[in-house]
Design a protein around this ligand. Structure first.
Ligand SMILES: [Zn+2]
Ligand SMILES: [Zn+2]
Ligand SMILES: [Zn+2]
Ligand SMILES: [Zn+2]
Length: 370
């Protein structure tokens, strides 16, 4: 095999791994500053939210939906006492193209400890769903939200004038699924409380909801192995459950063929698998200022665009393909897919007030070649 100088497997010391865990939705609300996957976004800054243009898919112009958020405060500035990164994705499989990020949007939000929305004291367990709403600030207290996706909802049902939507698409989905049976001219039907409306979750729009919990990666770099050892391990790995988890959609012959080709891509793919096999359930790797663990040596970004403030962006975390197994998106034929999604954010966390700043995401796919 070729020298592996270009294969990037940094032995990071401060890498945090993310795992999904089932938990009650009531534990994943804005005032609890969660990291989470699926369900509705738990907005950090409660106003202004990203505008609808910013939340659109760049391919089809339809609204993207919430994929995940990572609560990642930084102590380098008072402004980032609370800090969360959000990823949104278009659910239309046709918009999901290899090595193209047009179906993704990513945002940074941060707030100082003393801010316009939350208490400076951490939330306590005593604050529960039954606690008064003023202790549980929510974005709907500041603007109407789409009942389907939790984005700003400036459009209102013209019959009941009560239920709000971000778009025609989400109104249509809601109408067919439930709203036609509860909408009344006089405004009855839906309860007056937006909260009740929002608890109806459309399974074809929102992803299943999980908490994202992190733990430090415990990884010991092993000694340099011979190529024979590598191949032996690799073949063992291919027949293991972990390999199946990593990518069900690649058939074993294809994987095998890729393994026997002596190329940088294969080595990087192998390095990727070697690194994650220790914790095959990981769905996210957090390594601010580090390097992504690429799935392939091809299609890595040559240049990361600078932030609108002029500062460079740095790598912050990556989403792994294992997350797809949790999202109920695998269907025969086309579906959402990714190899690695690497998120880069402003290294200076420039002051954005209560606004959401769009950041940069790079989607890398494993493109099968003959
Ligand atoms: Zn789209
Ligand atoms: Zn919507
Ligand atoms: Zn209505
Ligand atoms: Zn910036």
């Amino acid at each position: 095999m070729a020298a592996s100088s270009k294969v990037k497997t940094r032995v990071g010391e401060n890498i945090e791994l993310g795992f999904v865990e089932e938990v009650d939705s009531e534990c994943l609300l804005s005032y609890q500053f969660p990291s989470k996957v699926g369900g509705l976004p738990a907005w950090l800054s409660l106003k202004p939210l990203p505008c609808l243009d910013e939340l659109q898919c760049r391919k089809c112009d339809e609204p993207t939906v919430f994929l995940l958020q990572v609560y990642a405060p930084r102590d380098h500035s008072e402004l980032t006492f609370h800090r969360t990164i959000f990823i949104f994705i278009c659910r239309n499989p046709a918009c999901c193209q290899p090595n193209n990020n047009d179906n993704l949007r990513v945002f940074r939000s941060h707030l100082a400890r003393i801010n316009d929305f939350y208490s400076p004291e951490p939330p306590t367990d005593a604050v529960t769903a039954s606690t008064s709403a003023d202790k549980r600030p929510h974005a709907r207290d500041y603007q109407t939200l789409c009942v389907i996706c939790g984005a700003p909802g400036p459009k209102t049902c013209s019959r009941c004038h009560k239920t709000s939507y971000c778009s025609k698409l989400h109104q249509t989905i809601d109408w067919k699924a439930i709203h036609k049976t509860i909408c009344k001219d006089d405004g009855g039907g839906d309860t007056a409380s937006g909260e009740t409306v929002l608890t109806f979750k459309h399974p074809n729009v929102l992803f299943p909801e999980f908490e994202l919990v992190t733990e430090k990666e415990d990884f010991q770099a092993t000694k340099v192995k011979s190529n024979e050892d590598k191949m032996k391990e690799y073949r063992e790995f291919l027949s293991s459950d972990s390999a199946k988890d990593i990518d069900d959609s690649l058939n074993p012959e294809e994987l095998d063929k890729m393994a026997t080709k002596s190329s940088e891509d294969d080595e990087q793919f192998q390095a990727f698998k070697d690194r994650i096999r220790h914790e095959p359930e990981q769905v996210l790797r957090f390594d601010r200022g580090g390097e992504p663990l690429w799935i392939s040596a091809s299609n890595t970004p040559s240049e990361i665009p600078t932030c609108s403030c002029g500062s460079s962006r740095q790598f912050e975390f990556q989403v792994l393909p294992q997350l797809l197994c949790q999202l109920d998106v695998d269907s025969v034929g086309e579906s959402l897919d990714w190899g690695v999604m690497a998120v880069y954010t402003c290294s200076q966390d420039c002051d954005i007030g209560n606004k959401y700043q769009e950041e940069f995401i790079w989607k890398q796919d494993l493109v099968k070649t003959d």
